[in-house]
Design a protein around this ligand. Sequence first.
Ligand SMILES: [Zn+2]
Length: 206
Amino acid sequence: MPIPNGLTWSLRKIWHNREVFLQAYGVDQFVQAGKFRIQKMYKFLHPVGAQVGWKRLIYNSHASPKSTFIMWLAVQNRLATKDRLIRWQLNIDGTCGLCQLESESLEHLFFSCSYSKEIWRQVLLYLGVTRTVLPWHDEVQIAVKKSRSKQKKACKYSIAFIESVYCIWLQRNSKIAVKAWSPKDFMRSYSENPKAFTLASGQMFS
Ligand SMILES: [Zn+2]
């Protein structure tokens, strides 16, 4: 059943989970000895395999708090990308805010989008990494591995990954209203000060 109009964000989430339960044979599965077990329901909604991996990337982060927060949302697919907004019944254009060519989703923004792919490719080059830009989940896995290392180079890599995702997200938000930096602008800002460039990119449009 579609989510009714006019619900708040939290009610929409509850409604969405109701649909999940109905498709998974109802809520009776969480009843044990005549009592509803909320712990069973929580485990159902948060399967063990879906957890952890990325946590080290967040908790070991040396990137700025703002960037780390956006990364925390991104690894859980909680950024308000257009595909999610449309799923929440918002009547909007679903085209990517950066390339304006394809449908916007987390996986598209990071890094199937030609715009963000070029940015991350150039940041990788700056870090001395020459390889193809991979899909989001593969890039996250690489960054998670780097975040486990204490080596300076690995630490620099994790920071660059988190700051780049934040920066791309800021640009996506900005481009919806104004216009975005070119990949060259990004690299100029980044090479001057990797931590400050996200701030600068945000101020450019304020
Ligand atoms: Zn795009």
